[in-house]
Design a protein around this ligand. Structure first.
Ligand code: NAD
Length: 320
C-alpha cells in the first residue's frame, strides 16, 4: 500500500479522495527537520504547503519517495536540486490560488489608497483621523503590472472591469493580442511602467533575474503619489531601498504581503512607517484556495499512481 505523509494542513475533501483510493495516510502538521526525516523514510508521497522545509537531508532520507506535492504554488521550501538528483517528481497546484492572491492585491491597493489600515490603527488609539485619511480612487488611474502571468492577468481583469483602471504591463513574454485587447493592456518596458503608473503591482517569481528588481534607482522613477503593492516574493524588492523611499517620500505608500525575511521580525523598520500596509503572507490564505489546491494535488497524486506501469502493454494500473 502506498504511504502518503501529509506534513501540512490540507482540505478534508482531498484526504477523503486519497483514502477512498486506498492510500495509507500519515498526518503530521509541519514537523521539524528531524521529525520529518524519521517520518519520510517509508513514504512514497510527501504532501506539504509553504511549510515544512523539505531539505536535502529530508529528500535523501525518503528512500521510497516518488512525489513531493505542494498544495499551493511556491516551491521555495523544497530543495529542488536534491529532488532532481533523486528523480523525485515535484508537483504543485499553480491555478488554485490565483484568484485569492489577486483579490488580496486589490484589497491592499484599496487599503493603501483609501488609508483603511491607517485609519483603523488611529481610531484604536482614540484618534479621529478624518482629515489625514483623504485618499485616492482607483477609477481612471493607471495600474502598472510587473509580471503578467496567472495572478497578474487576474488582477488586470479585476482592475479593468471592477474599477475602470488603465493597464500598463511589463513581462519577459508579451501576452497574446486577445488578452491585451480584452483588458486594454499596453505592453511597455519596466522603466516606462514605473514612470507612468499610479499603482505598481508586482507578480513575478523570485529568480536571480528578479532579485531586487525594484531597487533604489527604480523606486526613484515612480511618481511621488504612486503606491507599490507586492504580493509576489519579498526578495523582488530591495527592502532597505523601499524603507528609504517611504521615509523620504519618493513614493506615497506601499502595501506588502511578502518579505525578504519571514516572519517579519518584531520592530522591523517597516512596522514603524504609517504609509505602508502590511499583511503576513496571506495571499493564498483563503478557505477556497486551500480546498482547490488540496483537491488539485490529490487528483495529481491519484493520476500519477494510476498511470500505466512502464513496459506494461496490458494497460493495467500500478497497485496502490
Ligand atoms: P506565473 O508564472 O503565472 O507568472 C509569472 C510571470 O512573471 C510570467 O508571465 C513570467 O513570464 C513573468 N516573469 C518571470 N521572470 C520575469 C522577469 N525577469 N521579468 C519580467 N517578468 C518575468 O506566476 P503566478 O501564478 O502569476 O504567480 C506570481 C508570483 O506570485 C509567484 O512568483 C509567487 O511567488 C507569488 N505568489 C504569492 C502568493 C502569496 O501568498 N502572496 C501566493 C501565490 C503566488
Amino acid at each position: 500500500m502506498v504511504k502518503i505523509l501529509v506534513a501540512a494542513r490540507i482540505h478534508r475533501k482531498a484526504i477523503e479522495m486519497l483514502e477512498k483510493r486506498g492510500f495509507s495516510l500519515v498526518y503530521r502538521e509541519e514537523p521539524d527537520e528531524e521529525e520529518l526525516v524519521n517520518l519520510v523514510r517509508d513514504a512514497e508521497v510527501l504532501i506539504v504547503r509553504s511549510k515544512p522545509l523539505v531539505t536535502r537531508k529530508v529528500i535523501y532520507a525518503g528512500k521510497k519517495l516518488k512525489i513531493i506535492a505542494r498544495a499551493g504554488v511556491g516551491l521555495d521550501n523544497i530543495d529542488l536540486d536534491a529532488a532532481r538528483e533523486r528523480g523525485i517528481e515535484v508537483i504543485n497546484a499553480p491555478e488554485a490560488v490565483t484568484n485569492s492572491v489577486a483579490e488580496l492585491t486589490i484589497g491592499l491597493m484599496l487599503s493603501a489608497l483609501r488609508k483603511i489600515a491607517y485609519a483603523d490603527r488611529m481610531m484604536r488609539r482614540g484618534i479621529w483621523p478624518k482629515k489625514e485619511s483623504i485618499g485616492y480612487e482607483l477609477r481612471g488611474k493607471t495600474l502598472g503590472i510587473i509580471g503578467m502571468g496567472r495572478i497578474g492577468r487576474a488582477v488586470a481583469r479585476m482592475a479593468r472591469y471592477g474599477f475602470g483602471m488603465k493597464i500598463l504591463y511589463y513581462d519577459v513574454i508579451r501576452c497574446p493580442k486577445e488578452f491585451e485587447e480584452e483588458v486594454g493592456a499596453v505592453y511597455t518596458d519596466l522603466d516606462s511602467l514605473l514612470r507612468g503608473a499610479d499603482v505598481v503591482s508586482i507578480h513575478v517569481p523570485l529568480t536571480p533575474k528578479t532579485k531586487h528588481l525594484i531597487n533604489e534607482s527604480r523606486l526613484k522613477l515612480m511618481k511621488k503619489n504612486a503606491i507599490l503593492v507586492n504580493t509576489s516574493r519579498g526578495g523582488v524588492v530591495d527592502t532597505n531601498a523601499l524603507i528609504k523611499a517611504l521615509r523620504e517620500g519618493w513614493i506615497a505608500g506601499a502595501a506588502i504581503d511578502v518579505y525578504e525575511e519571514e516572519p517579519l521580525p518584531p520592530n522591523h523598520p517597516l512596522t514603524k512607517l504609517e504609509n505602508v500596509v502590511l499583511t503576513p503572507h496571506i495571499g493564498a490564505s483563503t478557505y477556497e484556495a486551500l480546498e482547490r489546491a488540496s483537491i488539485d494535488i490529490a487528483e495529481k497524486v491519484i493520476n500519477f499512481f494510476e498511470k500505466t506501469v512502464p513496459g506494461d502493454t496490458t494497460g493495467s494500473k500500478q497497485r496502490l
